[in-house]
Design a protein around this ligand. Structure first.
Ligand SMILES: NC(=O)c1ccc[n+]([C@@H]2O[C@H](COP(=O)([O-])OP(=O)(O)OC[C@H]3O[C@@H](n4cnc5c(N)ncnc54)[C@H](O)[C@@H]3O)[C@@H](O)[C@H]2O)c1
Length: 254
């Protein structure tokens, strides 16, 4: 079976992805800030470099797949920390490990969100896509609103994936995104506990068309599929795993 790396694999969705891959016999290297095979702070460029160097040591023959799942929720402050982890931590890890994935003609899955299509600040999203970290972080902190920082980071990482997909394919690799809806994890618990955001998130959770929140295993199943041979013609796609929420909110957009 294959060798995979999962960032954010110590908790929530990343832990479920790790468990799902291990159950089917794959080797999984967890990259996280704590409780991980590779402990690295993906909010910094140095932390991302350290993670890639350690991945080289642990997987010298290359990676069959990489899942960029580490992320922070909208209640984290300063808002720019959301920017640094959710966008730059994922982009740097995936770019840094590209050569390792190329060795096995492997596959990458970015963990986006069904908040990615929601309104954000276009100047912020543009700064992210220009890889201008300091400008993007300054905008995030100036706006100071976690939802804008969070949704914008997910919009930008999804556009970054789609803009790069053809080049990844030309090099024999696939890259896709999974966009989870509201899912029961510590990240969601912290949003529910927030005085301002909590009631909004609870209303959002109650409006999921299938009538329940997502479970980490729901997301993990979709990620495992995208990493598998069965998905070998799928590249540059965004798979919403959200109980019908995106379809309900944006029926004509696809
Ligand atoms: N839970 C949801 O409702 C939901 C919905 C859509 C998208 N997502 C996305 O799914 C991903 C996983 O979220 P989750 O809900 O499982 O949350 P979680 O808090 O359970 O897990 C996030 C993981 O990321 C790690 N992490 C955070 N900062 C890091 C850093 N600086 N360096 C390295 N690792 C770091 C954490 O340690 C943790 O293990 C995130 O990208 C999140 O945005 C979650």
């Amino acid at each position: 079976m294959g060798v995979y790396a999962v960032s954010g694999g110590a908790s929530g969705i990343g832990a479920a992805i790790t468990a799902t891959l291990r159950e089917r016999g794959d080797e999984v290297i967890v990259v996280d800030i704590r409780n991980a095979d590779i402990e690295a702070d993906l909010s910094t460029a140095d932390g991302c470099t350290q993670a890639v160097v350690e991945l080289e040591v642990r997987a010298p023959d290359g990676l069959d797949g990489l899942v960029a799942c580490a992320g922070l929720g909208p209640v984290v402050r300063p808002a720019s920390l959301i920017t640094r982890v959710n966008f730059f931590g994922s982009q740097r890890l995936v770019d840094g490990a590209r050569e390792l994935v190329a060795r096995k003609r492997g596959s990458v899955v970015m963990i986006s969100s069904n908040s990615a299509p929601m309104d954000s600040d276009e100047e912020y999203v543009a700064a992210l896509l220009e890889l201008d970290e300091e400008r993007a972080c300054a905008i995030a902190d100036r706006i100071g609103d976690g939802h804008t920082a969070y949704a914008g980071s997910k919009k930008a990482i999804t556009r970054w994936m789609r803009r790069g997909a053809a080049a990844w394919a030309a090099d024999g690799m696939r890259i896709n995104a999974v966009a989870p809806g509201i899912t029961s994890t510590p990240l969601t618990d912290s949003a529910y506990a927030d005085e301002t955001l909590g009631p909004i998130m609870k209303d959002f959770g109650e409006s999921v068309p299938v009538g329940r929140l997502g479970l980490p295993a729901d997301i993990a199943g979709a990620v495992a599929f995208l990493l598998s041979e069965k998905a070998q013609f799928i590249c540059g796609s965004v798979l919403f795993v959200d109980g019908g929420h995106d379809a309900m909110l944006r029926p004509d957009e696809f």
